[in-house]
Ligand binder design. Sequence first.
Ligand code: DP6
Length: 389
Amino acid sequence: MIEVTCTAPINIAVIKYWGKRDEKLILPINESTSATLDQSQLCAKTTVAASPDFTSDQMWLNGQEQSMDSARLQNVLKEIRRRARKRKSDGSGEDRVNWHVHICSENNFPTAAGLASSAAGLACLVFSLSKLFEVEGDISDVARQGSGSACRSIYGGFVEWTMGTEVDGSDSRALQIASETHWPQMRVLILVVSAKKKHVGSTTGMQTSVKTSQLLAHRAEKIVPERMVEMRRAIKDKDFQTFAEITMKDSNQLHACCLDTYPPVTYMTDTSRDIVRLVHAVNNHYGENKVAYTFDAGPNACLYLMEDMVPTMLGLVQNFFPPEQDHGEAFLTGLPSKVSTPSQELLNAIPLEPSVGAVQYIIHTKVGPGPQVLIDQSESLLDSTGQPK
Ligand code: DP6
């Protein structure tokens, strides 16, 4: 049996992907930009093994056996095996490519929290398979076929997903535009608003949007191309004012397109909207953008901010969204952080009433590197016979 264990990060888009021009190849209608988050706080972990003794391909996710029937999963496996065969055309190790695989995967965070778990999971699967079968070169286009946003999790730092023009999707790939060390002051606070499953998945939601929203068509054609250029410059120049403004506007536009979808799709809740008001009130108070919010296909907020603003923001979140008295687990997780008590002047500037229990917990994290191979054999999720431990 040969095996490899890897971890892969989640990524949070600041210019959103929403809509496909090809459902099978997963080709987007617009480009997107994201930051990859540190794997110490949030990551997927996968062990893949191949053996001549395995009688079928099998997969387990968070302890549960999964069907291998998914077309996306099959496409990913087929493509990795095809590349591996091409590489092994000298004959060495070619047999191994034909062995069945066992895949065991888990997230170090709750899947149902709606935190880009599919992006991390699929990126981790593709990265692990590429290591197992010694496939070299860019594999972001393979990850893309597992889940669109997964292609951006193949790289660390700040990443763009290029649309591409080829019909076979071969030039629709992710590209790192700045590494995780480029903007070291950047921090991320994820406010987990609801751990309930989202009501319409992003795949279905964006399908309906492409069919019905004229606003989405305009966004893809006119607005995103301009924003991509501006965002790339803002990241390169570490211009937080512009970075924050585009991030917030782009999140708002994604959710406006969801509302323009017929029938409409809604992901943000009253708490999400309160967080938007909080951020704008803070920025207004300071007379410049100190914090930016962004929301994906769910109610959780992801806040981008500079390190020096973290204690103030944490103080504000604790003030306006305090945990329930009997809140069992830690309210604040992730990177160590100071929490400062907001001044009365700042509190007076915020038009909100405290809402107990509306935010379940906070994850404090930062921008981080791409997928990693774990060398330590004890990290494996499979036992010596290839069964989950
Ligand atoms: C709102 O990548 O989950 O998070 O390609 O159908 O698997 P599929 O969709 P998915 O969509 C993510 C959408 C988003 C925005 C983003 O990450 O850019």
